[in-house]
Design a protein around this ligand. Structure first.
Ligand SMILES: Cc1ncc(C[n+]2csc(CCOP(=O)(O)OP(=O)(O)O)c2C)c(N)n1
Length: 566
């Protein structure tokens, strides 16, 4: 017989958990007492519970395993919600354990009581309030199973304080059988055959690769499919790295800040094969104009996402790795799409993918990102949210899946420092590189302390334009340059001093030489480093599809150059 707290530790051990991120409190005291006694996994004390959820998320994205966070009741739990919602929006596997007031106090407005399950429900895959010690082992087992199976996502377990002290028998189930939850892993062979035939008939097929390709570890199958069929591919922000950056069939990112060629390919293809992508509005633009000439194939493990936004002619429910491998067996290899490639090449010649005007007077963010990609091509990259995020997506050369961790679906500012902490735990001794804007960097800066306290090294690059840049860009273009609450000039902390106070190495740079020198210093240092990079203030992310427009209606870099020269 062991108590509930020990059961939690035993379950984490049996699930192979290496690290949990958390923060203690009254209702979690019993759990923390057990954590103190064990050596099976590490607990990392974050400095704010939002950081715990983002760190678990970063760990999960980089490692492919379930990220775990433990927090106390009430405010500890509510602080995690942004992080949980972030993971939910991007289908990231996570188990969040929150402590709750004792069962006898539930419903009495007790100190630090909150309806945690009621609050997490809309942003988790599943949630549990544990009522008895007998059900605890099964709940823990199910939580991990649900988090990592099917379409992955966060699962929340709320555990009252008395349960963490009550003793019971710990029988950890070896198998899970949930009647209402049976993900489909094999695609329907008839549908796969139909799709293979459609490919034969198509003249302009296009693959559209999303984050599902990464969660199902299907990169090899997809690369093989492309090698065999010579079908070009675009990807979403979440799909970066599924294909090698310089794969000749990689048309790169599509959507609001996608390339001209990628967006024209989407608009002109006659067969669009969506693979683990969910037709987000940042990709489709105006849906009635989206891929209008194409038959749509939609491959996804989550049946509810198929035909949700764009009607699928070829719906295939299944795990992408399996479906792509079956499809590889079905498609022939004497396909010829050379005319299609010629059209795409013409698009590329007209408006080459992701260009910018460099300068020697002022540092351009694109230059900084390019240099980092040159010096550390295999870095594990994390971004925060804003212009810098889109520039990283456009200019960093991702060659492998799981090399980029970024908040795609929710677009959560404050994500990157704690997520980088999680990535640093998943990728010991590899380069971990965080790009943030000056606005985002301040949102969870306290986690620099956790990095220092954990002896983890992250190189943080602040692309500092003294603006909430992405919002400023919209104000420039759509609000007549009325910069309402986005100008941070003269109201910034001294990032160098601030970073040093957290025990980091810190630099502020304004020129190319200074940047390269600082970056090499950071690579040599054993500590977490911060480079505050002063960049041009009015650089825009282009191409840009205005919200609600069709994705072939892009504002292109030429327009920007013309405007700047006015
Ligand atoms: C938590 C949160 N609040 C607000 C926003 C809206 N938002 C999106 S981008 C952005 C500006 C980001 O500024 P900064 O971090 O300096 O990066 P930059 O765009 O300048 O690269 C804001 C405010 C958000 N995405 N998340």
């Amino acid at each position: 017989m062991i108590n509930g707290s020990k059961m939690i530790c035993e379950a984490l051990k049996l699930e192979g958990v290496e690290v949990v991120f958390g923060y203690p409190g009254g209702a979690a005291l019993n759990i923390y007492d057990e954590l103190y006694k064990q050596n099976d996994f590490k607990h990392v004390l974050v400095r704010h519970e939002q950081g715990a959820a983002h760190a678990a998320d970063g760990y999960a994205r980089a490692s492919g395993k379930v990220g775990v966070a433990i927090v106390t009741s009430g405010p500890g739990f509510t602080n995690t919600l942004t992080g949980v919602a972030t993971a939910y929006a991007d289908s990231i596997p996570m188990v969040l354990i929150s402590a709750q007031v004792a069962n006898s106090l539930i419903g009495t407005d007790a100190f630090q009581e909150i309806d945690a399950v009621g609050m997490s429900r809309p942003c988790v895959k599943h949630s549990y309030l544990v009522k008895t010690i007998e059900e605890l082992p099964r709940v823990l087992k199910e939580a991990f199973f649900i988090a990592r199976s099917g379409r992955p996502g966060p699962v929340h377990i709320d555990i009252p304080k008395d349960i963490t002290a009550t003793k019971g028998e710990f029988k950890y189930p070896s198998e899970i059988n949930i009647k209402t939850y049976k993900p489909t892993y094999k695609g329907n062979p008839r549908q796969i055959k139909r799709l293979a035939n459609a490919i034969l008939e198509s003249k302009k097929p296009l693959l559209y690769l999303g984050g599902g390709c990464i969660s199902s570890n299907a990169s090899n199958e997809i690369r093989y499919f492309i090698e065999k069929t010579k079908i070009p591919a675009v990807c979403t922000l979440m799909g970066l790295g599924v294909l090698e950056h310089d794969n000749p069939y990689n048309l790169r990112m599509a959507g609001m800040h996608g390339s001209y060629r990628a967006n024209m390919a989407m608009s002109e293809c006659d067969l669009l094969i969506s693979v683990g992508a969910r037709f987000d509005d940042r990709i489709t633009g105006k849906t009635s104009e989206f891929a209008k000439l194409a038959k749509i194939a939609h491959i996804d493990i989550d049946p509810s996402s198929i035909s949700k936004i764009i009607k699928a002619d070829f719906p295939i429910v299944g795990d992408i790795k399996n479906v792509m491998s079956d499809l590889n067996n079905e498609v022939g290899n004497n396909l010829d799409f050379s005319e299609w490639h010629e059209i795409l090449n013409r698009h590329e010649n007209l408006y080459p993918t992701f260009t910018y005007q460099d300068s020697d007077e002022v540092l351009k963010p694109q230059w900084v990102i390019n240099e980092c990609a040159k010096i550390t091509p295999n870095a594990n990259v994390i971004t925060d949210v804003g212009q810098h995020q889109m520039w990283v997506a456009q200019f960093f050369k991702f060659n492998e899946p799981r090399r980029l961790s970024t908040s795609g679906g929710l677009g959560t500012m404050g994500y990157s420092i704690p997520a980088a902490l999680g990535v640093a735990f998943a990728k010991n001794n590899e380069v971990v590189l965080n790009f943030a804007g000056d606005g985002s960097f301040l949102m969870n800066i306290q986690e620099l302390m956790t990095l220092t306290a954990s002896n983890k090294k992250v190189i943080n690059i602040i692309l500092n334009n003294s603006y909430l840049g992405m919002v400023r860009q919209w104000q420039t273009r759509f609000y007549n340059e009325r910069y309402s609450e986005t100008n941070l000039e003269d109201v910034q902390p001294d990032y160098e001093m601030l970073a040093k106070s957290f025990g980091c190495d810190a630099y502020r740079v304004k020129s190319k030489d200074e940047f390269i020198k600082a970056y090499h210093e950071c690579l040599k240092s054993p500590r977490t480093c911060v480079i505050d990079v002063v960049i041009s203030r009015f650089e825009d992310v282009l191409p840009m599809v205005p919200a609600g427009a069709a994705i072939y209606n892009m504002i292109l870099p030429q327009n920007l150059i013309a405007k700047d020269n006015k």
